[in-house]
Structures are given as structure tokens and as C-alpha cells.
Design a protein around this ligand. Structure first.
Ligand SMILES: C[S@@+](CC[C@H](N)C(=O)[O-])C[C@H]1O[C@@H](n2cnc3c(N)ncnc32)[C@H](O)[C@@H]1O
Length: 262
């Protein structure tokens, strides 16, 4: 039985023994977030049993934001900073109080970033999973509205043709590559958040189709994809009358499709 008041070094050893690759960083976070030893011991046991650290702590940090997360919900990835920053820049470029929507929002990391950077923005989020939608509401608070449902369908009808910026991280893992994901993602995050169908572009194709109607003239959809999906994703955007451009992230793997309504 471990002593709950154990020092940081012992937490590192227990995490490392459980196979945690970033044991030092995780231990430091656990000790910082949960100073009370017996509460920390409960969380450490869950982590050692295989739950993602973010689910255990109930929080993830992304680009200076603290976002609530929880079991059964997709954990925002650090790579999504690239999309967030492009989205804030696109909202600024709209040149007025922009209407911004995060579709497939999960816990709404991008929409939350926009509310912090541009308090004048009118921010909405859509999400089909009620657990994720509840956390998105917690993160956005009173400065954004979360609509439960499929892609853009639950948005107020008055936004049709008036959205300046749509941002999305749709599920984009090709169905036959789901088994290659890290065990934590496969076991702790719902397939609904990950499975993009054959080639990973099924949800994106539907979103592009809808975006062509919901975007304002010169409005833009920004969506995170894998770099290898860029050519096919651009083709999908062009097939619904949007112009396409790809932004490549410095990590060499992540890309963002920019699809603009002419
Ligand atoms: C890859 S996660 C991204 C979440 C969030 N944008 C982020 O980066 O953390 C995709 C999210 O889309 C949601 N989702 C999947 N299909 C959807 C649909 N048809 N309509 C709305 N949300 C959907 C999932 O529940 C999940 O929360």
C-alpha cells in the first residue's frame, strides 16, 4: 500500500512503472493540481490503471487556456493550437464583431480561444455528444452558445449565410487506422470523436457541403486534417463551390484546410 504523502520522485517512479512516457511532467502536474495527498492518491491510482491524465485531473491546458474535460470525452490535442491561432486571425480579419462557430466542438477549445481573444465575437458551438456539450458549456460560460446536434443543423436559422468563420476538428482518423491509435485514445475516447470513415473524410465532406450554405460571402471554414489528406480535402471543398487552400503546421503532420465561400 503506497503512502499517500509520498514525494514527487515516488509518483514519478509509479507512473514510469505503469508505462507513462512523460512520467516526470505528469507527476509534476498531479502534485501541482492536487496538493492534498489522499485525493492525489485516488487520482494516481486511476492514472496508473490507464485513464488519461486529463480525464483524471478534469482539466487540459491549451495555449494558455485551462479547459474542463472529463471521462468519455475527446481531450483537445496540443496540435490544435495551430487551428486555434488561424481561427482567431480569421475572426480578426473579418473586421467587425465576427460570427464564429466551432462545429464538432467537443469541449470547445477553439471557440473558447476566440472568446478570450475577441470578446466582441458572437460565438456558437455545435456538438452531438451530450457529455462533451455539457463541458463545452462549462468552458464557454455565458459568452458563447452551445447547440446539441449534428454538424451545423442545430444552429439558429438566422445564422444561415451569415457566419464569418467556422472552425472544426471533425473526426478524421481513417476507419482502418483506428486500431493504430494509442491505447489511451482507443479505450478512453469515443469512436464517435475519432472515426472519420474510409479515408477519414466522411464527416468533413458533410460539413463542407453544409458550410457552403451557412457561410457569409467571403466567410471561411478552417478544419484540422492530417497533412496527407490535404489534396483530397481541397477537392471536396472545391466540389461544393468553395475555394481551397492548405496551411501546414510546423510539426510536419498537421494541416488546416481553409475553404472560403467566394
Ligand atoms: C476529434 S473531436 C474534436 C473536439 C474538439 N474540437 C477538440 O479539438 O478538442 C470531434 C468531436 O466531434 C463530435 N462529433 C462527431 N460527429 C459529430 C456530428 N455529426 N455533429 C456534431 N458533433 C460531432 C464528437 O462527439 C467529438 O466531440
Amino acid at each position: 500500500m503506497a503512502d499517500p504523502a509520498q514525494p514527487l520522485a515516488v509518483t514519478v517512479d509509479r507512473l514510469r512503472a505503469a508505462g507513462c512516457v512523460f512520467a516526470e511532467q505528469e507527476a509534476a502536474l498531479l502534485h501541482r493540481e492536487v496538493p492534498e495527498p489522499s485525493a492525489r492518491e485516488d487520482l494516481l491510482r486511476r492514472r496508473v490503471a490507464g485513464e488519461p491524465l486529463e480525464h483524471v485531473l478534469g482539466v487540459v491546458e491549451l495555449d494558455g487556456l485551462r479547459l474542463a474535460v472529463g471521462p468519455g470525452v475527446f481531450v483537445p490535442r496540443q496540435r490544435t493550437r495551430f487551428l486555434s491561432r488561424l481561427t482567431v486571425a480569421a475572426c480578426r480579419a473579418a473586421g467587425h464583431a465576427p460570427v464564429m462557430v466551432e462545429a464538432c466542438a467537443g469541449v470547445a477549445p477553439v471557440a473558447t480561444a476566440v472568446t478570450r481573444a475577441l470578446p466582441q465575437a458572437r460565438v456558437h458551438a455545435t456538438e452531438i455528444d451530450p457529455r462533451a456539450a455539457a463541458l463545452a458549456r462549462e468552458n464557454l460560460g455565458a459568452v458563447g452558445r452551445v447547440h446539441g446536434g449534428d454538424l451545423l443543423a442545430p444552429l439558429p436559422a438566422g445564422l444561415r449565410g451569415r457566419i464569418d468563420v467556422i472552425a472544426a476538428v471533425v473526426p478524421y482518423v481513417p476507419a482502418d487506422e483506428l486500431e493504430l491509435l494509442p491505447r489511451e485514445a482507443r479505450e478512453a475516447e469515443p469512436a464517435l470523436a475519432l472515426d472519420g470513415g474510409p479515408e477519414g473524410l466522411t464527416v468533413l465532406a458533410r460539413l463542407l457541403d453544409q458550410a457552403a450554405e451557412w457561410l457569409a460571402p467571403d466567410g471561411v471554414l478552417l478544419t484540422e486534417i492530417h497533412e496527407g489528406q490535404a489534396r483530397r480535402a481541397s477537392g471536396l471543398a472545391e466540389s461544393v463551390g468553395l475555394t481551397a487552400r492548405t496551411h501546414r503546421a510546423p510539426d510536419g503532420v498537421t494541416a488546416v484546410l481553409e475553404a472560403r465561400r467566394p
